[in-house]
Design a protein around this ligand. Structure first.
Ligand SMILES: [Cu+2]
Length: 69
């Protein structure tokens, strides 16, 4: 498992946080997802063999947010 923190832009309230959190939680190979509205970040662990970073980024984008890193 690798620790990753992504800068997620466009989150404005707790609903956004929940949406990103749900997106992350629904991906096999992702664990310990924590989304911060204040920091504008999504932190998680992932197994790159099961959940490649690009797949995770795509899932976040699909919820309507962008990633700055
Ligand atoms: Cu919101």
């Amino acid at each position: 498992m690798e620790n990753i923190t992504l800068k997620v832009t466009g989150m404005s309230c707790e609903h956004c946080v929940k949406a990103v959190n749900n997106a992350l939680s629904g991906i096999a190979g992702v664990a310990s997802a924590a989304v911060s509205l204040k920091e504008g970040t999504a932190s998680f662990k992932h197994d790159p063999a099961i959940a490649p970073l690009e797949t995770i980024k795509a899932a976040i984008r699909d919820t309507g947010f962008d990633i700055a890193n």
